[in-house]
Design a protein around this ligand. Structure first.
Ligand SMILES: Cc1cc2nc3c(=O)[nH]c(=O)nc-3n(C[C@H](O)[C@H](O)[C@H](O)COP(=O)(O)OP(=O)(O)OC[C@H]3O[C@@H](n4cnc5c(N)ncnc54)[C@H](O)[C@@H]3O)c2cc1C
Length: 473
Protein backbone atom coordinates (compact mmCIF):
# COMPACT_ATOMS: atom_id res chain seq x y z
CA UNK A 1 0.00 0.00 0.00
CA UNK A 2 1.44 3.42 -0.98
CA UNK A 3 1.97 6.04 1.69
CA UNK A 4 -0.70 8.27 0.15
CA UNK A 5 -3.24 5.47 -0.02
CA UNK A 6 -2.37 4.57 3.53
CA UNK A 7 -2.90 8.12 4.69
CA UNK A 8 -6.17 8.31 2.77
CA UNK A 9 -7.36 5.10 4.38
CA UNK A 10 -6.40 6.27 7.86
CA UNK A 11 -8.36 9.46 7.19
CA UNK A 12 -11.48 7.36 6.48
CA UNK A 13 -11.11 5.62 9.84
CA UNK A 14 -10.49 8.93 11.61
CA UNK A 15 -13.63 10.43 10.07
CA UNK A 16 -15.77 7.75 11.79
CA UNK A 17 -14.86 8.77 15.35
CA UNK A 18 -13.77 12.37 14.77
CA UNK A 19 -10.28 13.85 15.12
CA UNK A 20 -10.70 14.48 18.85
CA UNK A 21 -11.06 10.76 19.47
CA UNK A 22 -7.93 9.44 17.81
CA UNK A 23 -4.22 9.32 18.55
CA UNK A 24 -1.82 9.82 15.65
CA UNK A 25 1.26 11.29 17.34
CA UNK A 26 3.82 8.47 17.95
CA UNK A 27 4.44 9.77 21.49
CA UNK A 28 0.71 9.47 22.32
CA UNK A 29 0.43 6.06 20.65
CA UNK A 30 3.52 4.66 22.44
CA UNK A 31 1.78 3.57 25.70
CA UNK A 32 -0.63 1.46 23.61
CA UNK A 33 2.27 -0.45 22.08
CA UNK A 34 3.94 -1.74 25.25
CA UNK A 35 2.51 -4.19 27.77
CA UNK A 36 3.23 -4.30 31.49
CA UNK A 37 5.96 -6.93 31.29
CA UNK A 38 7.83 -5.29 28.41
CA UNK A 39 7.83 -8.56 26.45
CA UNK A 40 6.10 -7.25 23.33
CA UNK A 41 6.78 -4.00 21.50
CA UNK A 42 4.13 -3.22 18.90
CA UNK A 43 3.72 -0.72 16.08
CA UNK A 44 0.64 1.10 14.88
CA UNK A 45 -0.07 4.34 13.02
CA UNK A 46 -3.41 5.00 14.72
CA UNK A 47 -5.45 4.54 17.90
CA UNK A 48 -9.21 4.91 17.45
CA UNK A 49 -11.47 5.62 20.42
CA UNK A 50 -15.07 4.91 19.42
CA UNK A 51 -17.92 6.15 21.62
CA UNK A 52 -20.69 3.77 20.58
CA UNK A 53 -21.41 0.33 19.14
CA UNK A 54 -22.48 2.08 15.93
CA UNK A 55 -19.06 3.70 15.57
CA UNK A 56 -17.36 0.35 16.24
CA UNK A 57 -19.62 -1.15 13.58
CA UNK A 58 -18.60 1.47 10.99
CA UNK A 59 -14.92 0.87 11.82
CA UNK A 60 -15.26 -2.90 11.43
CA UNK A 61 -17.14 -2.57 8.13
CA UNK A 62 -14.38 -0.39 6.71
CA UNK A 63 -11.72 -2.74 8.08
CA UNK A 64 -13.33 -5.77 6.42
CA UNK A 65 -13.79 -3.87 3.16
CA UNK A 66 -10.13 -2.77 3.08
CA UNK A 67 -8.44 -5.76 4.77
CA UNK A 68 -7.17 -3.60 7.66
CA UNK A 69 -6.27 -5.48 10.84
CA UNK A 70 -7.92 -4.16 14.04
CA UNK A 71 -6.63 -4.93 17.55
CA UNK A 72 -9.10 -4.30 20.41
CA UNK A 73 -7.50 -2.92 23.53
CA UNK A 74 -8.97 -2.50 27.02
CA UNK A 75 -6.79 -1.48 29.96
CA UNK A 76 -3.66 -3.00 28.35
CA UNK A 77 -2.93 -5.15 31.42
CA UNK A 78 -3.05 -8.48 29.57
CA UNK A 79 -0.08 -10.78 30.13
CA UNK A 80 0.15 -12.59 26.77
CA UNK A 81 0.41 -9.73 24.27
CA UNK A 82 -3.09 -10.17 22.78
CA UNK A 83 -3.75 -6.41 22.93
CA UNK A 84 -0.49 -5.36 21.24
CA UNK A 85 -0.70 -4.47 17.50
CA UNK A 86 1.92 -5.40 14.90
CA UNK A 87 2.61 -4.68 11.23
CA UNK A 88 0.73 -1.40 11.24
CA UNK A 89 -2.56 -2.76 12.64
CA UNK A 90 -4.97 -0.17 14.08
CA UNK A 91 -5.66 -0.14 17.82
CA UNK A 92 -9.31 0.04 18.87
CA UNK A 93 -9.24 1.50 22.37
CA UNK A 94 -12.49 0.92 24.28
CA UNK A 95 -11.74 3.58 26.92
CA UNK A 96 -14.53 5.96 25.89
CA UNK A 97 -17.22 3.28 26.03
CA UNK A 98 -17.37 3.52 29.81
CA UNK A 99 -21.02 4.05 30.66
CA UNK A 100 -22.95 2.05 33.20
CA UNK A 101 -26.21 1.58 31.33
CA UNK A 102 -28.37 0.03 34.04
CA UNK A 103 -28.21 -1.40 37.56
CA UNK A 104 -31.02 -3.79 38.49
CA UNK A 105 -30.80 -4.67 42.21
CA UNK A 106 -34.01 -6.71 42.10
CA UNK A 107 -32.71 -8.88 39.27
CA UNK A 108 -29.12 -8.81 40.59
CA UNK A 109 -27.64 -7.57 37.30
CA UNK A 110 -25.64 -4.64 35.98
CA UNK A 111 -25.41 -3.69 32.30
CA UNK A 112 -22.19 -1.92 31.36
CA UNK A 113 -20.24 -0.85 28.33
CA UNK A 114 -17.06 -2.80 27.83
CA UNK A 115 -14.68 0.07 28.62
CA UNK A 116 -15.85 0.33 32.24
CA UNK A 117 -12.86 -0.14 34.56
CA UNK A 118 -13.34 -3.19 36.81
CA UNK A 119 -12.98 -1.14 40.00
CA UNK A 120 -15.71 1.27 38.83
CA UNK A 121 -18.00 -1.69 38.22
CA UNK A 122 -17.30 -2.99 41.74
CA UNK A 123 -18.10 0.46 43.15
CA UNK A 124 -21.37 0.71 41.21
CA UNK A 125 -22.41 -2.69 42.57
CA UNK A 126 -21.55 -1.54 46.09
CA UNK A 127 -23.57 1.65 45.67
CA UNK A 128 -26.56 -0.57 44.83
CA UNK A 129 -26.00 -2.58 48.05
CA UNK A 130 -24.63 -5.57 46.14
CA UNK A 131 -21.24 -6.93 45.15
CA UNK A 132 -19.41 -7.70 41.90
CA UNK A 133 -16.96 -10.36 43.09
CA UNK A 134 -14.36 -10.38 40.28
CA UNK A 135 -11.16 -9.11 41.89
CA UNK A 136 -7.67 -8.81 40.35
CA UNK A 137 -4.58 -6.84 41.31
CA UNK A 138 -5.04 -4.92 38.03
CA UNK A 139 -8.63 -3.91 38.84
CA UNK A 140 -7.84 -0.17 38.88
CA UNK A 141 -6.83 -0.33 35.20
CA UNK A 142 -8.32 -3.36 33.44
CA UNK A 143 -11.73 -3.10 31.77
CA UNK A 144 -14.67 -5.46 31.92
CA UNK A 145 -14.35 -6.01 28.14
CA UNK A 146 -10.76 -7.17 28.68
CA UNK A 147 -11.83 -9.35 31.62
CA UNK A 148 -14.49 -10.97 29.46
CA UNK A 149 -12.17 -11.38 26.49
CA UNK A 150 -9.55 -13.14 28.64
CA UNK A 151 -12.10 -14.88 30.89
CA UNK A 152 -10.15 -13.43 33.83
CA UNK A 153 -9.93 -15.31 37.12
CA UNK A 154 -8.51 -13.59 40.20
CA UNK A 155 -8.89 -14.21 43.90
CA UNK A 156 -12.62 -14.97 44.20
CA UNK A 157 -12.96 -17.74 41.59
CA UNK A 158 -13.17 -20.36 44.32
CA UNK A 159 -16.58 -19.08 45.43
CA UNK A 160 -17.95 -17.08 42.51
CA UNK A 161 -16.33 -18.54 39.37
CA UNK A 162 -14.32 -16.75 36.72
CA UNK A 163 -15.61 -13.98 34.45
CA UNK A 164 -17.51 -16.44 32.25
CA UNK A 165 -19.63 -17.52 35.22
CA UNK A 166 -20.40 -13.88 36.06
CA UNK A 167 -21.74 -12.95 32.62
CA UNK A 168 -25.33 -13.31 31.47
CA UNK A 169 -25.34 -11.47 28.15
CA UNK A 170 -23.17 -9.64 25.62
CA UNK A 171 -23.39 -7.04 22.89
CA UNK A 172 -20.76 -7.70 20.22
CA UNK A 173 -19.77 -6.02 16.98
CA UNK A 174 -18.66 -8.64 14.46
CA UNK A 175 -15.71 -8.16 12.10
CA UNK A 176 -18.24 -7.61 9.30
CA UNK A 177 -19.73 -4.68 11.22
CA UNK A 178 -22.97 -6.47 12.16
CA UNK A 179 -24.11 -5.78 15.72
CA UNK A 180 -25.30 -8.74 17.81
CA UNK A 181 -27.48 -7.66 20.71
CA UNK A 182 -27.31 -10.59 23.12
CA UNK A 183 -27.82 -8.49 26.26
CA UNK A 184 -30.08 -11.08 27.89
CA UNK A 185 -30.51 -11.38 31.64
CA UNK A 186 -31.41 -15.06 31.77
CA UNK A 187 -29.83 -17.56 34.12
CA UNK A 188 -31.25 -20.40 32.06
CA UNK A 189 -31.33 -20.30 28.27
CA UNK A 190 -30.84 -23.50 26.28
CA UNK A 191 -31.67 -22.20 22.84
CA UNK A 192 -29.06 -23.44 20.44
CA UNK A 193 -25.31 -22.84 20.31
CA UNK A 194 -23.98 -20.63 23.09
CA UNK A 195 -22.70 -17.64 21.13
CA UNK A 196 -21.95 -15.67 24.28
CA UNK A 197 -19.48 -18.27 25.50
CA UNK A 198 -17.63 -18.20 22.19
CA UNK A 199 -16.76 -14.52 22.61
CA UNK A 200 -15.77 -14.90 26.27
CA UNK A 201 -12.09 -15.84 26.35
CA UNK A 202 -11.68 -15.26 22.57
CA UNK A 203 -9.10 -12.49 23.24
CA UNK A 204 -10.62 -10.17 20.65
CA UNK A 205 -10.18 -12.59 17.74
CA UNK A 206 -13.88 -13.11 16.94
CA UNK A 207 -15.48 -9.70 17.56
CA UNK A 208 -15.48 -6.56 19.68
CA UNK A 209 -17.41 -6.80 22.95
CA UNK A 210 -19.15 -3.45 23.37
CA UNK A 211 -21.43 -4.14 26.37
CA UNK A 212 -22.31 -6.88 28.85
CA UNK A 213 -24.87 -7.89 31.45
CA UNK A 214 -22.99 -9.06 34.55
CA UNK A 215 -24.36 -10.90 37.60
CA UNK A 216 -24.23 -9.23 41.01
CA UNK A 217 -24.12 -11.10 44.34
CA UNK A 218 -25.38 -10.23 47.80
CA UNK A 219 -22.70 -8.46 49.85
CA UNK A 220 -21.42 -10.62 52.73
CA UNK A 221 -22.28 -9.18 56.16
CA UNK A 222 -18.85 -10.09 57.42
CA UNK A 223 -15.53 -11.21 55.96
CA UNK A 224 -12.81 -12.75 58.12
CA UNK A 225 -9.42 -12.48 56.44
CA UNK A 226 -6.65 -14.68 57.81
CA UNK A 227 -2.94 -14.90 57.07
CA UNK A 228 -1.42 -18.13 58.38
CA UNK A 229 2.18 -19.37 58.38
CA UNK A 230 2.55 -23.02 57.34
CA UNK A 231 5.48 -25.34 56.96
CA UNK A 232 5.08 -26.36 53.31
CA UNK A 233 2.60 -26.59 50.38
CA UNK A 234 1.42 -29.98 51.62
CA UNK A 235 0.30 -28.42 54.93
CA UNK A 236 -1.32 -25.60 52.94
CA UNK A 237 -3.28 -28.11 50.87
CA UNK A 238 -4.40 -30.02 54.00
CA UNK A 239 -5.48 -26.72 55.53
CA UNK A 240 -7.42 -25.89 52.37
CA UNK A 241 -9.33 -29.19 52.50
CA UNK A 242 -10.06 -28.65 56.20
CA UNK A 243 -11.27 -25.12 55.48
CA UNK A 244 -13.55 -26.38 52.71
CA UNK A 245 -15.02 -29.04 55.00
CA UNK A 246 -15.45 -26.64 57.90
CA UNK A 247 -16.68 -23.56 56.02
CA UNK A 248 -18.31 -24.95 52.88
CA UNK A 249 -19.37 -22.14 50.52
CA UNK A 250 -18.35 -19.54 53.13
CA UNK A 251 -14.71 -20.11 52.09
CA UNK A 252 -14.37 -17.39 49.46
CA UNK A 253 -10.63 -17.31 48.77
CA UNK A 254 -7.53 -19.38 49.47
CA UNK A 255 -4.14 -18.13 48.30
CA UNK A 256 -0.65 -19.52 48.83
CA UNK A 257 2.71 -17.71 48.79
CA UNK A 258 6.29 -18.57 49.78
CA UNK A 259 8.49 -16.66 52.24
CA UNK A 260 10.57 -15.16 49.42
CA UNK A 261 7.51 -13.33 48.06
CA UNK A 262 6.93 -11.73 51.45
CA UNK A 263 10.59 -10.69 51.61
CA UNK A 264 10.32 -9.05 48.17
CA UNK A 265 7.13 -7.22 49.14
CA UNK A 266 8.56 -6.03 52.48
CA UNK A 267 11.68 -4.80 50.69
CA UNK A 268 9.99 -2.91 47.86
CA UNK A 269 6.36 -2.06 48.62
CA UNK A 270 5.57 1.01 50.66
CA UNK A 271 3.35 0.35 53.67
CA UNK A 272 3.92 -3.43 53.64
CA UNK A 273 4.50 -4.96 57.08
CA UNK A 274 5.14 -8.50 58.33
CA UNK A 275 2.39 -9.23 60.89
CA UNK A 276 4.40 -12.06 62.47
CA UNK A 277 7.44 -11.99 64.78
CA UNK A 278 8.90 -15.10 63.16
CA UNK A 279 9.47 -16.00 59.52
CA UNK A 280 7.51 -18.93 58.07
CA UNK A 281 8.46 -21.01 55.01
CA UNK A 282 5.03 -20.59 53.39
CA UNK A 283 1.90 -18.52 53.98
CA UNK A 284 -1.76 -18.92 53.11
CA UNK A 285 -4.20 -16.05 52.90
CA UNK A 286 -7.83 -17.05 53.10
CA UNK A 287 -11.24 -15.49 53.55
CA UNK A 288 -14.39 -16.70 55.25
CA UNK A 289 -17.51 -14.73 54.31
CA UNK A 290 -20.87 -14.87 56.04
CA UNK A 291 -24.15 -13.62 54.65
CA UNK A 292 -25.56 -13.76 58.18
CA UNK A 293 -23.38 -12.04 60.76
CA UNK A 294 -19.90 -11.36 62.07
CA UNK A 295 -20.46 -13.97 64.80
CA UNK A 296 -21.21 -16.61 62.15
CA UNK A 297 -17.99 -15.85 60.21
CA UNK A 298 -15.96 -15.77 63.43
CA UNK A 299 -17.53 -19.03 64.58
CA UNK A 300 -16.41 -20.76 61.39
CA UNK A 301 -12.92 -19.30 61.67
CA UNK A 302 -12.57 -20.49 65.28
CA UNK A 303 -13.78 -24.01 64.40
CA UNK A 304 -11.24 -24.10 61.60
CA UNK A 305 -8.40 -22.93 63.86
CA UNK A 306 -9.31 -25.58 66.41
CA UNK A 307 -9.27 -28.38 63.84
CA UNK A 308 -6.07 -27.03 62.21
CA UNK A 309 -4.28 -26.88 65.56
CA UNK A 310 -5.32 -30.44 66.40
CA UNK A 311 -3.66 -31.47 63.13
CA UNK A 312 -0.60 -29.24 63.64
CA UNK A 313 -1.24 -27.45 60.32
CA UNK A 314 -0.75 -23.82 61.33
CA UNK A 315 2.49 -22.38 62.76
CA UNK A 316 0.95 -18.98 63.47
CA UNK A 317 -2.01 -16.92 62.23
CA UNK A 318 -3.45 -13.41 62.28
CA UNK A 319 -7.01 -12.38 61.45
CA UNK A 320 -7.99 -8.89 60.35
CA UNK A 321 -10.14 -6.88 62.76
CA UNK A 322 -10.74 -3.90 60.49
CA UNK A 323 -11.01 -3.17 56.76
CA UNK A 324 -7.63 -1.41 56.92
CA UNK A 325 -6.03 -4.55 58.38
CA UNK A 326 -7.74 -6.66 55.72
CA UNK A 327 -6.27 -4.43 53.03
CA UNK A 328 -2.81 -4.63 54.57
CA UNK A 329 -2.94 -8.44 54.50
CA UNK A 330 -4.05 -8.42 50.85
CA UNK A 331 -1.24 -5.98 50.01
CA UNK A 332 1.22 -8.77 50.86
CA UNK A 333 -0.37 -10.99 48.22
CA UNK A 334 -1.40 -8.50 45.55
CA UNK A 335 1.91 -6.70 45.27
CA UNK A 336 4.05 -9.78 44.69
CA UNK A 337 4.36 -9.21 40.92
CA UNK A 338 5.19 -5.52 41.41
CA UNK A 339 7.83 -6.36 44.02
CA UNK A 340 9.56 -8.73 41.61
CA UNK A 341 10.38 -5.90 39.19
CA UNK A 342 13.17 -4.28 41.26
CA UNK A 343 14.66 -7.78 41.77
CA UNK A 344 15.52 -8.00 38.04
CA UNK A 345 14.19 -10.25 35.31
CA UNK A 346 11.28 -12.57 36.03
CA UNK A 347 10.22 -15.47 33.81
CA UNK A 348 6.52 -16.11 34.35
CA UNK A 349 4.17 -19.05 34.14
CA UNK A 350 0.43 -19.09 34.72
CA UNK A 351 -0.32 -22.76 35.13
CA UNK A 352 -2.89 -24.99 36.74
CA UNK A 353 -2.81 -28.61 37.88
CA UNK A 354 -5.45 -30.65 39.73
CA UNK A 355 -5.64 -29.08 43.21
CA UNK A 356 -4.36 -32.21 44.98
CA UNK A 357 -1.22 -32.16 42.82
CA UNK A 358 -0.05 -28.63 43.63
CA UNK A 359 2.60 -29.72 46.20
CA UNK A 360 3.98 -32.38 43.84
CA UNK A 361 4.08 -29.87 40.96
CA UNK A 362 5.96 -27.33 43.10
CA UNK A 363 8.48 -29.92 44.24
CA UNK A 364 9.18 -31.24 40.73
CA UNK A 365 9.30 -27.83 39.06
CA UNK A 366 11.53 -26.30 41.77
CA UNK A 367 14.04 -29.14 41.40
CA UNK A 368 14.07 -28.91 37.60
CA UNK A 369 14.50 -25.13 37.33
CA UNK A 370 17.15 -25.01 40.06
CA UNK A 371 19.14 -27.69 38.30
CA UNK A 372 18.98 -25.69 35.04
CA UNK A 373 19.82 -22.28 36.55
CA UNK A 374 21.55 -22.47 39.93
CA UNK A 375 20.61 -19.52 42.14
CA UNK A 376 17.27 -18.95 40.38
CA UNK A 377 14.71 -17.55 42.84
CA UNK A 378 11.35 -19.34 42.70
CA UNK A 379 8.45 -17.02 43.54
CA UNK A 380 5.52 -19.42 43.17
CA UNK A 381 2.24 -18.06 44.46
CA UNK A 382 -1.41 -17.99 43.57
CA UNK A 383 -4.86 -19.40 43.86
CA UNK A 384 -4.29 -22.72 45.65
CA UNK A 385 -8.03 -23.34 45.87
CA UNK A 386 -8.18 -23.35 42.05
CA UNK A 387 -4.93 -25.30 41.54
CA UNK A 388 -3.61 -22.17 39.76
CA UNK A 389 -0.02 -21.18 40.45
CA UNK A 390 1.78 -18.12 39.10
CA UNK A 391 5.12 -19.85 38.85
CA UNK A 392 7.41 -16.84 38.56
CA UNK A 393 11.16 -17.22 38.42
CA UNK A 394 13.28 -14.26 39.46
CA UNK A 395 16.82 -14.09 38.12
CA UNK A 396 19.76 -15.14 40.32
CA UNK A 397 21.17 -12.18 42.26
CA UNK A 398 23.69 -10.32 40.12
CA UNK A 399 22.76 -12.11 36.85
CA UNK A 400 22.51 -10.18 33.59
CA UNK A 401 18.83 -9.39 33.08
CA UNK A 402 18.76 -9.57 29.28
CA UNK A 403 20.67 -12.87 29.20
CA UNK A 404 18.33 -14.29 31.82
CA UNK A 405 15.14 -13.18 30.02
CA UNK A 406 16.49 -14.69 26.79
CA UNK A 407 16.00 -18.09 28.49
CA UNK A 408 12.21 -17.50 28.81
CA UNK A 409 11.17 -20.22 26.32
CA UNK A 410 13.71 -22.71 27.67
CA UNK A 411 12.29 -22.34 31.20
CA UNK A 412 8.71 -22.45 29.86
CA UNK A 413 9.49 -25.78 28.22
CA UNK A 414 10.71 -27.25 31.51
CA UNK A 415 7.79 -25.99 33.59
CA UNK A 416 5.07 -26.62 31.00
CA UNK A 417 6.44 -30.11 30.40
CA UNK A 418 5.87 -30.96 34.08
CA UNK A 419 2.43 -29.30 34.04
CA UNK A 420 1.31 -31.30 30.99
CA UNK A 421 2.61 -34.58 32.48
CA UNK A 422 0.38 -33.88 35.47
CA UNK A 423 -2.73 -33.22 33.34
CA UNK A 424 -2.55 -29.45 33.87
CA UNK A 425 -2.96 -26.32 31.75
CA UNK A 426 -0.24 -23.97 30.47
CA UNK A 427 -2.61 -21.01 30.71
CA UNK A 428 -4.94 -21.03 33.69
CA UNK A 429 -6.02 -17.38 33.61
CA UNK A 430 -4.15 -15.19 31.18
CA UNK A 431 -4.99 -16.75 27.82
CA UNK A 432 -2.89 -17.45 24.75
CA UNK A 433 -2.44 -14.13 22.88
CA UNK A 434 0.81 -14.17 20.94
CA UNK A 435 2.99 -15.49 23.78
CA UNK A 436 1.61 -19.03 23.81
CA UNK A 437 0.07 -19.35 20.33
CA UNK A 438 2.65 -21.73 18.88
CA UNK A 439 2.76 -23.74 22.09
CA UNK A 440 -1.04 -24.12 21.99
CA UNK A 441 -0.82 -25.51 18.47
CA UNK A 442 1.77 -28.02 19.67
CA UNK A 443 -0.12 -29.30 22.72
CA UNK A 444 -3.77 -29.33 21.62
CA UNK A 445 -5.17 -32.14 19.47
CA UNK A 446 -5.08 -31.29 15.73
CA UNK A 447 -8.89 -31.53 15.63
CA UNK A 448 -9.14 -28.88 18.38
CA UNK A 449 -6.90 -26.45 16.51
CA UNK A 450 -8.78 -27.14 13.28
CA UNK A 451 -12.14 -26.42 14.97
CA UNK A 452 -10.74 -23.17 16.38
CA UNK A 453 -9.59 -22.18 12.87
CA UNK A 454 -13.00 -22.94 11.39
CA UNK A 455 -14.75 -20.88 14.07
CA UNK A 456 -12.34 -18.02 13.43
CA UNK A 457 -12.96 -18.16 9.66
CA UNK A 458 -16.75 -18.29 10.15
CA UNK A 459 -16.74 -15.10 12.24
CA UNK A 460 -13.92 -13.28 10.50
CA UNK A 461 -13.69 -14.36 6.84
CA UNK A 462 -11.53 -11.35 5.89
CA UNK A 463 -9.02 -12.12 8.68
CA UNK A 464 -8.98 -8.63 10.16
CA UNK A 465 -9.81 -9.28 13.83
CA UNK A 466 -6.69 -9.39 16.00
CA UNK A 467 -5.04 -11.52 13.33
CA UNK A 468 -2.65 -14.32 14.31
CA UNK A 469 -3.39 -14.13 18.01
CA UNK A 470 -4.53 -17.35 19.78
CA UNK A 471 -4.70 -19.38 16.55
CA UNK A 472 -2.95 -18.84 13.22
CA UNK A 473 -5.22 -18.99 10.17
C1 LIG B 1 -0.82 -6.62 38.34
C2 LIG B 1 -1.64 -7.54 37.48
C3 LIG B 1 -2.37 -8.55 38.09
C4 LIG B 1 -3.16 -9.42 37.33
N1 LIG B 1 -3.87 -10.40 37.96
C5 LIG B 1 -4.66 -11.22 37.23
C6 LIG B 1 -5.43 -12.25 37.88
O1 LIG B 1 -5.38 -12.43 39.08
N2 LIG B 1 -6.21 -13.01 37.09
C7 LIG B 1 -6.30 -12.85 35.74
O2 LIG B 1 -7.06 -13.57 35.09
N3 LIG B 1 -5.57 -11.90 35.10
C8 LIG B 1 -4.76 -11.09 35.81
N4 LIG B 1 -4.01 -10.13 35.17
C9 LIG B 1 -4.04 -10.03 33.69
C10 LIG B 1 -5.03 -8.94 33.17
O3 LIG B 1 -5.28 -7.96 34.12
C11 LIG B 1 -6.33 -9.59 32.74
O4 LIG B 1 -6.07 -10.43 31.64
C12 LIG B 1 -7.42 -8.58 32.32
O5 LIG B 1 -8.63 -9.31 32.20
C13 LIG B 1 -7.13 -7.84 31.02
O6 LIG B 1 -8.03 -6.74 30.89
P1 LIG B 1 -7.63 -5.45 30.03
O7 LIG B 1 -8.81 -4.56 29.98
O8 LIG B 1 -6.38 -4.86 30.54
O9 LIG B 1 -7.43 -6.10 28.59
P2 LIG B 1 -6.23 -5.86 27.55
O10 LIG B 1 -4.94 -6.23 28.15
O11 LIG B 1 -6.34 -4.54 26.94
O12 LIG B 1 -6.64 -6.97 26.45
C14 LIG B 1 -6.58 -8.34 26.74
C15 LIG B 1 -7.15 -9.14 25.54
O13 LIG B 1 -8.55 -8.87 25.39
C16 LIG B 1 -8.83 -8.25 24.12
N5 LIG B 1 -9.85 -7.22 24.39
C17 LIG B 1 -9.81 -6.21 25.29
N6 LIG B 1 -10.97 -5.53 25.29
C18 LIG B 1 -11.77 -6.13 24.37
C19 LIG B 1 -13.10 -5.91 23.91
N7 LIG B 1 -13.86 -4.94 24.41
N8 LIG B 1 -13.60 -6.72 22.94
C20 LIG B 1 -12.84 -7.73 22.42
N9 LIG B 1 -11.59 -7.98 22.82
C21 LIG B 1 -11.06 -7.20 23.79
C22 LIG B 1 -7.50 -7.73 23.62
O14 LIG B 1 -7.46 -7.70 22.21
C23 LIG B 1 -6.53 -8.74 24.21
O15 LIG B 1 -6.45 -9.89 23.39
C24 LIG B 1 -3.20 -9.27 35.92
C25 LIG B 1 -2.47 -8.24 35.30
C26 LIG B 1 -1.68 -7.39 36.07
C27 LIG B 1 -0.91 -6.29 35.39
Amino acid sequence: MSKTANTALLARFIAIVGERNVLTDPADIAPHLEETRGLFHGDSPLVLKPGSAEEVSAIMKLATETGTVIVPQGGNTGHVGGQIPHDGAIVLSMARMNRIRDVDPAGGTITVESGVILQRLQEAANEAGLMFPLSLASEGTCQIGGNLSTNAGGTAVLAYGNTRQLCLGLEVVLPTGEIWNGLRRLKKDNTGYDLRDLFIGAEGTLGVITAAVMKLSPRPKSIQTVLAGVVDPDAALKLFRLAENTCGPALTGFEIMPRISLEFVLRHIEGARDPFDDAHPWYVLFEISSGQSEEAARGLMESLFEAANENGLIRDAVASETEAQRQSLWLLRESISASQKPEGGSIKHDVSVPVAKVPEFLEKADKAVRERIPGIRVVSFGHLGDGNIHYNLSQPVGADKAQYIARWREMNEIVHGIVLEMGGSISAEHGIGQLKRDELAAIRQPIEIELMRRIKMAFDPAGIMNLDKVVKV
